[in-house]
Design a binder for this molecule. Structure first.
Ligand SMILES: Cc1ncc(COP(=O)(O)O)c(C=O)c1O
Length: 422
């Protein structure tokens, strides 16, 4: 075998099991008919017709933009109006006092990348929840960081503050600084969200370590916030970030992918908030450098679209209404599933909103395999099976919990037989 790549890059392949399951679903749909197949792998919102949906106000405005908006370079930091509008959308009515800035990024992924690159040391541990978007692992590995996890929930289905605190202490025993990534509200893959009281606990833990001379950065991944509930209610936790010590730095990974149904247009931002002006100046300088060297500048038309919508009261009202319709549809689908799951005794991670529901199991690959017998295709994760509520119409949600329960029982049974036969 001829090897051309640098030795440090040898063997790097992206093993995207969710994508593979999606390909199998499309094959099955072509073979047996779309109506017979449930493709629960997709992470984009589809309407009841199962077609990828675009928010109408977004489509209308995007199509009306002049060609110059699509072809002109933008500044590496992003358009001024966009950065300001993104900050407004990140906080809405819950903006904490403090210095704030934003760097335009290639989607939320770009924001997470910049945060990891600039706020963790090479070789260091970065901390997140066990239920997580699995790309966090790759984003860390790609630039020589090591992703560590703690158990997101306790036995009561609440945020596991004890596990969080233990993990932070453990890591800070050997590191001077730590980047913590929390994807809330509407966590991917579970729909879980931290309550305000749980956020207070998180900050309490951080303050304790900060007093002992440690530096802590918290990245809140808000990729799904637009569909998590009433704007200011789901952001109320953010007010707690006001007046934090200058060695606790908070950042937000903002994305236009879900909130504006602009998945492929690659627009997002990293927003930084600090009680220290110097920390924010450093954040902006580093962000500009990272952006210029990673993607140079992002989609100008997408930035113009967001800026235009947010500066026009009528367009904003239209966007709010259209997002609400999507959010209500997500809730109806989730309600069908959770109601039926409760009735057939299938456990699931407490769902509070968003695109996904997850079923805990140690045998997710086997369960997903078993589900394929019933032409249901889902993403196997380390902690369980992820179901994309975002793309399954209500009619197909009916009966899905029972199918999953049956598959779980079959897998448990099969494993017992195998063990007994040994
Ligand atoms: C939890 C989470 N964060 C961030 C992103 C980033 O998305 P994008 O890069 O498309 O903005 C995603 C996308 O699926 C996600 O699931």
């Amino acid at each position: 075998m001829t090897i051309m790549a640098a030795s440090s890059r040898e063997g790097k392949t992206l093993r995207d099991v969710v994508f593979a399951a999606g390909a199998a679903a499309r094959e099955a749909a072509a073979r047996y008919g779309e109506e017979k197949v449930i493709n629960a792998t997709v992470g984009c919102y589809a309407g009841e017709d199962e077609k990828l949906a675009c928010l109408p106000v977004v489509e209308q405005l995007y199509r009306s933009l002049p060609m110059s908006d699509f072809i002109t370079y933008a500044p590496p930091m992003g358009l001024e109006g966009y950065r300001k509008a993104v900050i407004d959308e990140t906080f809405e009515g819950c903006r904490p006092d403090g210095y704030v800035d934003a760097v335009a990024t290639s989607g939320g992924t770009g924001a997470i990348h910049i945060a990891i690159a600039n706020y963790s040391e090479v070789g260091d541990a970065v901390l997140t929840t066990d239920w997580r978007w699995n790309i966090y692992d790759c984003l860390c590995q790609e630039i020589g960081r090591d992703l560590h996890t703690f158990s997101m929930m306790d036995d009561q289905g609440h945020f596991n503050t004890a596990a969080f605190s233990a993990a932070v202490s453990h890591i800070l025993h050997r590191q001077d600084s730590l980047l913590i990534i929390l994807n809330t509200p509407a966590n991917n893959p579970t729909g879980f969200a931290l309550s305000d009281a749980e956020w207070a606990d998180v900050l309490e833990v951080c303050r304790l370590h900060e007093k002992n001379g440690k530096r802590i950065s918290i990245l809140v991944d808000i990729a799904y916030i637009a569909y998590a509930g009433e704007k200011n209610r789901v952001r109320s936790f953010m007010t707690q970030f006001a007046g934090l010590p200058e060695h606790i730095f908070t950042m937000f990974a903002f994305s236009m992918s879900k909130g504006y149904t602009m998945y492929g247009q690659r627009a997002g931002a990293l927003v930084g908030l600090s009680s220290s002006q110097a920390v924010i100046e450093e954040f902006a300088n580093l962000g500009k450098y990272s952006a210029r060297t990673a993607w140079s500048n992002i989609n100008r038309a997408a930035m113009t679209l967001l800026t235009r919508i947010r500066s026009d009261r009528d367009l904003m009202a239209q966007l709010d209404l259209e997002r609400l319709a999507f959010a209500k549809s997500l809730l109806r689908r989730a309600d069908i599933f959770t109601y039926e799951a409760d009735r057939c005794g299938l456990s699931y991670v407490p769902y509070k909103g968003g695109f996904f529901i997850s079923i805990p199991t140690q045998k997710s690959a086997a369960v997903c395999q078993a589900l394929e017998d019933d032409l249901v295709f889902a993403g196997p994760l380390a902690q369980g099976v992820r179901l994309g509520v975002c793309s399954i119409p209500e009619i197909k949600m009916q009966g899905l919990a029972a199918i999953v329960k049956k598959a779980m029982d079959r897998v448990e049974g099969k494993t017992d037989l195998l063990v007994a036969g040994k």
